[in-house]
Design a binder for this molecule. Structure first.
Ligand code: NAD
Length: 244
């Protein structure tokens, strides 16, 4: 994809399963990448911007920091996320604050920082990582589903509001992906993660759950010029297994 030559990107959650795959694929296309996560020491990239997205001043200044470090900001991927389980009745105040803070407020703040920078430079592409549960909720993850629906809605709103500035905002909505987020969930519930991933794979028409690279490939498509007419789209990536 020659589109990516000379481009610059900021990726949040870059040390996680999907984030690391996105960073790797962007860099393989020649993109210079700034990586953000709580600890990015082990992530190969052109700029390292560690921090806690719950810190409003860090999230507010992240896009400007990436722009300063890379000399550009063409692509922003809001990928960092946390999952809390349970119904509303067993969601704590701490779960609520964490989920809203990382999954909704942080992408809002990082986008708010990126949009004027991209607009000044003639445009850009923002890709948010929502979830299939942001499109149609699943059971016993009420607040997580709500946060992913909020990101989906913000994506649709920003897609409309910033298309005239040549800023395209879209989201990927994965179903189950083989990452630490999914695997630690299995471990917490007493399952062997390899067995659980294999069993879950049998429920997916394509025969396996997604690997992080499957999601990263769609993120790169949405960030590229191949998606030049897509604004505010929610792209489900589910191996033929939609929720609901
Ligand atoms: P992951 O846990 O491997 O990665 C998430 C990353 O976000 C981690 O590296 C973590 O350190 C970072 N992060 C969390 N809180 C942070 C904070 N306060 N400050 C800075 N960084 C923080 O999980 P993943 O599966 O790679 O998830 C990536 C995205 O994909 C998330 O938004 C998640 O909701 C979404 N998603 C995952 C799945 C799945 O099945 N794994 C399905 C649908 C959507």
């Amino acid at each position: 994809m020659s589109y990516f030559r000379g481009k610059t990107a900021l990726v949040t959650g870059a040390a996680g399963g999907i984030g690391a795959a996105i960073v790797k694929q962007l860099r393989a296309e020649g993109v210079r990448v700034a990586v953000a996560d709580r600890d990015v020491a082990g992530v190969d990239a052109e700029a390292h911007l560690p921090g806690d997205l719950l810190d409003a001043s860090y999230a507010d200044s992240l896009s400007a920091a990436a722009f300063a470090a890379l000399g550009g900001l063409d692509i922003l991927v809001n990928n960092a996320g946390v999952i809390t389980r349970g119904s509303v009745a067993n969601t704590t105040d701490a779960d609520w604050a964490l989920s809203l803070g990382v999954n909704v407020e942080a992408p809002f703040r990082v986008c708010r920082g990126a949009i004027p920078i991209m607009a000044d430079r003639g445009g850009g592409a923002i890709v948010n990582v929502s979830s299939c549960w942001g499109v149609r909720p699943g059971p016993n993850h009420a607040v997580y589903c709500m946060t992913k629906a909020a990101v989906a809605s913000l994506t649709q709103c920003m897609g409309m509001d910033h298309a005239h500035q040549n800023i395209r905002v879209n989201a990927v909505c994965p179903n189950e992906v083989n990452t630490p987020m999914l695997r630690t969930g299995f471990i917490k519930r007493g399952f062997d993660p390899d067995t659980a991933v294999a069993e879950l794979g049998k429920t997916v028409p394509i025969g396996r759950i997604a690997e992080p690279e499957d999601i990263a490939a769609v993120v790169l498509f949405l960030a590229s010029d191949a998606a030049r007419y897509m604004c505010g789209s929610l792209v489900e990536v589910n191996g033929g297994k939609p929720v609901g």
